[in-house]
Design a protein around this ligand. Structure first.
Ligand code: UDP
Ligand code: MN
Length: 293
């Protein structure tokens, strides 16, 4: 661990008070949370700051049934790009423990494989992540890591994702909803659902496949989402985009303290718009029918 300590040094970077570093994108939410884009932060200052606190970051991922095929690339690319130089615990939730490759990890990084049940419907697999994250946050994560980063597994890192993302509670802008008008956000619109958001409410459309924060905040978020899903299930309701819909409901009334730009969750199917200077974490193309059944 010592080779990790003292790796980062404060620089003499001087911020300019009278010009912002990006003028083409929104850099702050109306509730004063930073929106993280390339060119808006100084990574040396942040690295030194988080290293001083000796933070450990948990990266959680679910690989249930056939999705175990994504694990190798996910971890390999995370080793190259995710929180390099900091302490990282990978938590791989799976029903197929023996399908998870044993991989060599850099110093200060470890992988825990957590055996969990598989649900039959892919919608349930996706939604039940909330319950499992809640339970493990309470039982395990709070004693082991300072922050959790909870993401989809059908992804690869292709550029740096560092401590600039860390905050008490953060969400990520959905790559498919960047320029969309609020009334076109695909929130749940059924007033009977716990995920319901009226057409004249909502700030951003957040992606279900990338959120995080400290353990207490993630416990509260996942507990809310799971309970809301269970309440809907009792009414025979399932929100349009499953866990993502409930996550959007939570973020509407519990504002994230940081918002990640779509650099952090991109899908090349959307092309590469001019404002997107980096693609840090991109979807691996998949055959939905084949992989989910
Ligand atoms: N997932 C899984 N096994 C499944 C279905 C889903 O492990 O059979 C997990 C996996 O982590 C996946 C996430 O649930 O990344 C969300 O599902 P998916 O990526 O298929 O949703 P999409 O990104 O296509 O909306
Ligand atoms: Mn996915």
């Amino acid at each position: 661990m010592d080779s990790i300590k003292g790796k980062f040094h404060i620089t003499n970077f001087l911020p300019c008070l009278v010009s912002s570093r990006r003028s083409d994108v929104l850099m702050m939410t109306p509730w004063f949370a930073p929106i993280v884009w390339d060119g808006t932060y100084n990574i040396d200052i942040l690295n030194a700051h988080f290293q001083q606190r000796n933070v450990c970051i948990g990266l959680t991922v679910f690989a249930i049934k056939k999705y175990t095929v994504f694990v190798q690339t996910f971890i390999e690319t995370a080793e190259k790009y995710f929180m390099v130089g900091h302490k990282v615990n990978y938590y791989v939730f799976t029903d197929r423990v023996t399908d998870i490759p044993i991989m060599e990890l850099a110093e200060g990084r470890q992988m825990r494989v957590l055996r969990v049940p598989a649900y039959q419907r892919w919608q349930d697999v996706s939604m039940r992540r909330m319950e499992m994250l809640r339970d493990y946050s309470y039982q395990q994560f709070r004693g082991e890591v300072d922050y959790l980063v909870c993401v989809d597994v059908d992804m690869r890192f292709s550029d740096e994702v560092g401590v600039e993302i860390l905050s008490d509670l953060f969400g990520t802008l959905h790559p498919g909803m960047c320029g969309a008008k609020r009334e076109h956000y695909t929130y749940e619109r059924n007033p009977q659902s716990e995920a319901y958001i009226p057409f004249d409410e909502g700030d951003f459309y957040y992606a279900g496949g990338y959120f995080g924060g400290n353990i207490e905040e993630i416990y509260k978020l996942t507990n809310f989402c799971h309970n809301a899903m269970m309440a809907d299930k009792d009414k025979n309701i399932e929100a349009i985009w499953h866990d993502e819909s409930y996550l959007n409901k939570y973020f509407l009334y519990h504002k994230p303290t940081k918002v990640l730009s779509p650099e952090y969750l991109w899908d090349n199917g959307f092309g590469i718009p001019k404002f997107l200077k980096r693609q840090r974490f991109v979807a691996v193309p998949k055959n939905h029918n084949e992989i989910r059944n």
